[in-house]
Design a protein around this ligand. Sequence first.
Ligand code: NAD
Length: 701
Amino acid sequence: MGDIVNVTRTDEIAVVSVNNPPVNTITAAVRSGLSRALDDVAALSGIKAVVLCCEGSTFFSGADIGEFEGPPKEAEFRALFGRFEALSVPAVAAMHGAVLGGGLEIALACHYRVAAPTARFGFPEVTLGIIPGAGGTQRLPRLIGADKALELILSARPVTAGTAVEYGFVDALIEGDLRAGAVAHARSLLARGEGPRRTSARTVDPTTATDAIFDAHSKQARKQYPNRTAPLTAIEAVRASLRMPLADGLLYEEKLVNGAKATDECRSAIHLFFAERRTRTVPNLPETAKPLAVKSAGIVGAGTMGGGIAICFANASIPVTLLDTSEASLASGLARIDQTYAVMVERGRLTADEKAHRISLIRGTLDYADLGQADVIIEAAFEDMDLKRTIFGRLDDVAKAGAVLATNTSTLDVTAIAHATKRPQDVVGMHFFSPANVMPLLEVVRTPLTSPAVIRTAMELSRPLKKTPVLASVCYGFIGNRMMEGYAREAERMVLEGALPRQVDSALEQWGMAMGILAVFDMAGIDVGVNVHTANADRYPPDATYYQADFALAEAGRLGQKTGKGYYRYEKGSRARHDDPDAIAILRARASQLQVPQREHSDEEIVQRCLYPLINEGFRILEEGVALRAADIDVVWASGYGFPRYRGGPMFYAETLGLKNVLAGMEKYRMMFGPMHWEPAPLLAELARSGRSIADWERAK
Ligand code: NAD
């Protein structure tokens, strides 16, 4: 058991090594340890160089995001990193693993930098709504020029060690023992008579910092990050590195980063960062309920979802048996899996050997008996209650005692499915999103009968499957799809009122949704929605226009991209949307048949009419206890439905708008369109009127 920071010496070289598992975050303890280490080094006699390195899987992976909520720490970082830069002997950073944010900044403050060939370097800050705030925007342009510095900071993506050498902020790559290599590198510097090489002594190469270069980056940033300010703030900070000495530039950078931290954009991203880490915490489950270690899995249904889920298991090295009803459907399912892996190999994301290994973990079968040893079985057959109940009956016969029996249903009552077995306590919903091997969200749906251990197993299984689990209780649509109902209803209603599909989708996309909802329907298949609406007609409100845009298009054979036409028209083999007068004529005809009054729609109205009902339903879900926390609802929408992370999710966004304003919006549209769809949720109304926040309510609960 050593300290977090240790100083050792090899002849005339001091090695400062840090060990703060798991990823060497630069916490307050690390900072004070480093500061003490520098005192210790100063007290040693005859030291001619200093090497800074980290133990474990990585060099410093960044600052401690947990400190975001407290008082600003930039001055402390600046002073500490400045001490490295001020050392009177060469300081060499020896880096491996993921060198990110503050981790890269401390390295930039050292005089020399060497790295393992597998190391990666990046500044993810702009995705958190901030900018590098511990020298990154001032030192990096001095080292590699403003153009490349902006590329790295604005892309927010890590680059390889090879690129780092090419850009010029890493001096050498070290094969084998990094620490020994860094010490040898320091020795060779000394042998060549090299001294400290301070970044503060350098100026930015003006050819890399012309107005044209800055303009090009601003233009690209506005396009890549609409509605966001952090990327533009980063550009402003880098610009300052041209005209200010380092010390002044660092103070200016600090001012900018503290301004950025106060934006909704940053608060939203930080909110989601923590929200995603909290979803696995389920209150009121007995400690004795332990998750089952899942060593093998079964899947029923080798279609779109079953295949994607099988890939998740194989990627996690968990063998999985995939069952379908015929050789033909099984073969086509397995072929699709092979194809998905083939594309990954083609794109260099997987080697051919890894592909072969993963495929070897997936076995097809037509025989239920082959599922008998699986620890968890996930059903992903057609969305049909009778069929699912039959399947669960079969699973009850073959599954071993204690196996978790899960359904991937999107809309059916999981409790009714559970009752098809003699072990309803073992049945749970595991609702993956399409494509299941890509989308991070997993809604875990518990029935009143699901046992605590089964809930824990499903939540914990999300770790190897690399999913973000959110726990929901049984209700129609669970969390995500239930909130989708009003959002989609209004979008469809507005096209009946005369808005063009493109107008609705563009307004939503400009606001920040990853894709407009009508384009989503074209992609998913309009018939998929129509089937769900038809199956649930008995739940419909008495509104003759309800989802009628979908019905009108489907009845005309316009099923979306797969038929080349839906809300839009598509050229063969392309996903580009074209406005289509035929679609508009069909929608207009349906509107006139239903006597829908025609009106003009501003972008503001489109966004409000789609988002207010969505938020309103979120309040109902929260009050009913369908979701454990408002933050869980935000995670569902940010990770499963393309809600912009920089807006924090629907519940967080509602608070940035002001609950009073959301309530006023609901009331305004209730006046315009009547109470059927516009009744404010009681919890929203109560909080808006009393001025309490969602957090206040959650604490009091
Ligand atoms: P799909 O039609 O692509 O695949 C269904 C598969 O189940 C087919 O291969 C079919 O042959 C097989 N099957 C049918 N009856 C069977 C039986 N009795 N035993 C074994 N296999 C049987 O459907 P999908 O899109 O993969 O959807 C599957 C389930 O996942 C549905 O409940 C659906 O609601 C749900 N879901 C779908 C999506 C989506 O976007 N597609 C998203 C989330 C959840």
